[in-house]
Design a protein around this ligand. Structure first.
Ligand code: NAD
Ligand code: DAU
Length: 355
């Protein structure tokens, strides 16, 4: 079996759902259930014996040691993190606590477990750390895309905390021999994305008749990847990645933010036109920029493509359409997330599964 951390969040939940759709290998899913963790994301797995959910913190070394001893996973995949840049600007403390201290505690507990494994299991074991392209900093318009050997130049409290966690993972390999893999992915989008991030926020605000807040001039560039393509890349790296290596993950989809917002508006105009016949783009509102806002990210994914034969299944056009359709088809999920009602739903549905 595998141990996944942060598997009730956006990418982690997509990963767990895809994993169990393709394999019968069980998953222990450890998640603290912060505001971003939502057990409703995993509702389709209720009663499925292949999925064991545990509410807990990656910083709780005792709990981690107990879970490892009890379930004896062949791999740990670390998604757990505080993930929102704007929140990191307002309150960096939680980011240091989970992304840095938590990753350290998790790594160290895993090292203790791994060191005591029989030789063949020790050899096969993997710790896969899910990280971000933001650790590389910001690109100028004509710079080449980030490769794995780019310098780390994180600019926000979030990216600095992720960079620190990447360094810890690297050090636990070089110093203690822990068999690690690190993936650095570009911006994800797709189903189950918490509506504080650009794409789901724009869909949800548009439908609610609210303003669509575009930071600064809207010309910052992000490189977008459909979440299920990120999940397939992680599965592939886990399966065949070289121990100690890092792999950049991206779909060669650089777009300025304003173009993303306009695309979302155009899809909504087509799929759910406004009652007054006006375009959703009329709700766009330019607002004060994010402090220290990185101008451009772009991922060079050639190593992953050439070494491991990975390719994304979605283009941006197919992925964004699926995403908008998913939000239109799941108004209850959106309402629960926005009202916090999923917390009540969780305590009713899962009263028996706290750690
Ligand atoms: P998310 O915020 O949606 O989910 C994070 C999950 O981690 C939540 O379920 C939360 O409850 C859980 N969590 C937080 N602190 C925890 C702790 N101390 N112990 C256990 N669980 C805890 O984030 P996401 O967008 O799904 O990102 C997942 C990972 O992927 C993160 O490490 C993030 O840095 C990385 N990443 C995200 C993106 C992206 O575009 N979203 C891109 C590249 C990399
Ligand atoms: O690059 C990978 C990273 O992508 C991940 O590591 C992070 O966890 C993830 O949150 C994401 O970070 P960003 O800051 O790029 O994502 P966000 O959705 O917050 O913002 C995307 C862009 O849109 C960014 O340039 C800021 C801008 N933006 C965002 C919001 C929420 C707006 O213009 N308006 C908004 O309201």
């Amino acid at each position: 079996m595998i141990l996944v951390t942060g598997g009730a969040g956006f990418i982690g939940a997509n990963f767990v759902l895809d994993w169990l759709a393709q394999s019968d290998e069980p998953v222990v899913n450890l998640d603290k259930l912060t505001y971003a963790g939502n057990r409703e994301n995993l509702a389709s797995l209720q009663g499925d014996a292949r999925h064991v959910f545990v509410q807990g913190d990656i910083g709780d070394a005792e709990l981690i040691a107990r879970l490892l001893a009890e379930h004896r996973p062949r791999a740990v995949i670390n998604f757990a993190a505080e993930s929102h840049v704007d929140r990191s600007i307002h309150g960096p403390g939680e980011f240091i606590q989970t992304n840095v201290v938590g990753t350290f505690r998790l790594l160290d507990a895993v090292r203790g477990y791994w060191a005591a494994l029989p030789a063949s299991e020790k050899e096969a074991f993997r710790f896969l750390h899910v990280s971000t392209d933001e650790v590389y900093g910001s690109l100028a318009a004509t710079d080449p895309a980030f490769a794995e050997n780019n310098r780390y130049e994180p600019n926000s409290p979030y990216s600095a905390s992720k960079a620190a966690s990447d360094h810890l993972v690297r050090a636990w390999h070089h110093t203690y021999g822990l068999p690690v893999l690190t993936t650095n992915c570009s911006n994800n989008y797709g189903p189950l994305h918490f509506p504080e991030k650009l794409i789901p926020l724009m869909i949800v605000n548009a439908l609610a008749g609210k303003a669509l807040p575009v930071y600064g001039d809207g010309m910052q560039i992000r490189d977008w990847l459909y979440v299920k393509d990120h999940c397939s890349a992680i599965r592939r790296v886990l399966q065949a990645g070289r121990v100690g290596e890092t792999y950049n993950v991206g779909g060669w989809n650089e777009k300025p933010n304003i173009e993303i917002v306009q695309t979302v508006c155009a899809l909504l105009d087509e799929l759910r036109p406004r009652a007054d016949g006006q375009p959703y783009a009329s709700q766009i509102s330019y607002v004060t920029d994010r402090p220290g806002h990185d101008r451009r990210y772009a991922i060079d994914a050639r190593k992953l493509e050439a070494e491991l034969g990975w390719k994304p299944a979605e283009t941006f056009e197919t992925g964004i359409r699926k995403t908008v359709q998913w939000y239109l088809a799941n108004p209850d999920w959106v309402a629960h997330v926005q009202s916090g009602a999923y917390r009540d739903w969780v305590s009713q549905q899962y009263a028996d599964t706290a750690a």
